[in-house]
Design a protein around this ligand. Structure first.
Ligand SMILES: *Cc1c(COP(=O)(O)O)cnc(C)c1O
Length: 386
């Protein structure tokens, strides 16, 4: 069956990347591998806006979250976790699994945390050493003000680690110019390659803590990984063909240009939102992320059936809600390798499936709105965060 991914991970993989990964396997302790690995690493750092080492781990995004946490913490530590969705909750679960005391700033799903909410948690818990948060909360489609929240934490000497799994490649994170101390992301979202790689980058402040942190760590020892990277290596066998795919993907992103990549995401998100708005459907997120569009399922429509019809009849795979949002929202992903034609296909399939399931709209309403948005006279400026 013909089927295209429009899920907020995994995302579409360009053919250049598929070709790079399909070649006969090479060995990782060779110049041929190291050259591509190091160039990918350099381009990833450039994209993130950092001169700090970018560490490549062979795992999914959650592995990088765990790595970023365990290397900064010691037994008896306290942390603050900002949670307003499934992925924010995950930071808390990771810290709790290691016996660390977690203070939560919980906001309703769909909302984002305010500076005041985080400030009052920092005041209430002066022993907290790290603030963990999610930038683009993929379960709700909300964009948290990560850079502003990090500024507040920094003013109190607290490190901030951000889950940027669906904001890397979507937003200009400007890591070295920010108050962020750790950022993690995975391969199957904005990087446009299959799942299996994840990344961590620390600030010098975070490295100073990591060198002395006392929680147990073996596979996730980032100090060791940093040492290996200096020699063009990883401590363990890397997912070689994914790394070669990441090299091909970063070359594509480099060719398009960082700002071009961010502007395209803005443009795709604007067109999708405009289409949804014209259908009269409310967005779920208070502050919508350019990575995905989360939409409330209209009354009287079976959300699960719409998702299924989109896949089976129109070949467009989107996501529904997770956990408490199951059946309540649609999540349309536009992270990574998506262009104007993709967006028209996405909103066309969405509108058609809604109509198939009893939603009242004139066919073409959403497609026309997306066309108008995409044809808009001005190319949008890339979104600034922080
Ligand atoms: C996809 C995702 C993750 C990582 O999930 P894995 O399944 O471990 O790759 C973490 N955070 C966010 C916000 C995500 O979208």
């Amino acid at each position: 069956m013909k089927r295209v991914l429009f899920t907020p991970g995994p995302t579409q993989v360009p053919s250049e990347v598929l070709e790079a990964m399909a070649r006969p396997l090479i060995h990782h302790r060779t110049d041929e591998y190291r050259q591509q690995f190091l160039e990918a690493t350099r381009l990833l750092a450039e994209h993130l806006g950092t001169k700090q080492p970018v560490l490549t781990l062979s795992c999914s995004g959650s592995g990088a979250m765990e790595a970023a946490a365990v290397n900064l913490l010691s037994p008896g530590d306290e942390v603050i976790v900002v949670e307003g969705g499934k992925f924010g909750n995950r930071w808390g679960s990771i810290a709790e699994a290691y016996g660390v005391t977690v203070h939560k700033v919980s906001v309703a799903w769909g909302r984002v945390a305010t500076i005041e909410e985080v400030e009052s948690a920092l005041t209430a818990h002066p022993k907290a050493r790290v603030l963990f948060l999610t930038h683009s909360e993929t379960s709700t489609g909300a964009l948290f003000p990560a850079h502003e929240l990090a500024r507040v934490a920094r003013a109190r000497g607290v490190l901030t680690v951000v889950d940027a799994v669906t904001s890397f490649g979507v937003y200009d994170l400007r890591f070295d110019d920010s108050d962020l101390d750790g950022v993690v992301w995975g391969s199957q979202k904005g990087l446009m390659i299959p799942p299996g790689l994840a990344y961590v980058c620390y600030s010098p402040r975070a490295w100073a803590v990591a060198e002395k942190a006392k929680l147990p760590r073996f596979y996730w020892n980032l100090v060791k990984a940093r040492g290996a990277l200096e020699k063009g290596d990883t401590p363990f066998t890397p997912a070689i063909n994914l790394v070669l795919g990441s090299h091909a993907a970063m070359k594509l992103m480099d060719k398009e240009g960082r700002l071009g990549v961010f502007a395209r995401h803005q443009r795709n998100a604007d067109a999708t939102r405009h289409a949804v708005h014209t259908l009269g459907l409310p967005l779920f997120a208070e502050v919508p992320s350019n990575a995905l569009t989360a939409i409330e399922v209209p009354a009287g429509v079976d959300g699960g059936a719409v998702v299924k019809t989109m896949e089976q009849r129109y070949g467009v795979k989107i996501a529904g809600g997770q956990d408490q949002l199951k059946g309540k929202i649609f999540r349309l992903g536009h992270i990574g390798y998506y262009d104007d034609g993709d967006i028209l296909r996405l909103v066309g399939a969405f509108e058609s499936a809604l109509i198939d399931h009893g939603f009242s709209a004139e066919p073409g309403t959403a497609v026309r709105a997306a066309q108008q948005s995409l044809r808009g006279a001005k190319r949008p400026e890339p979104a600034r965060v922080g």
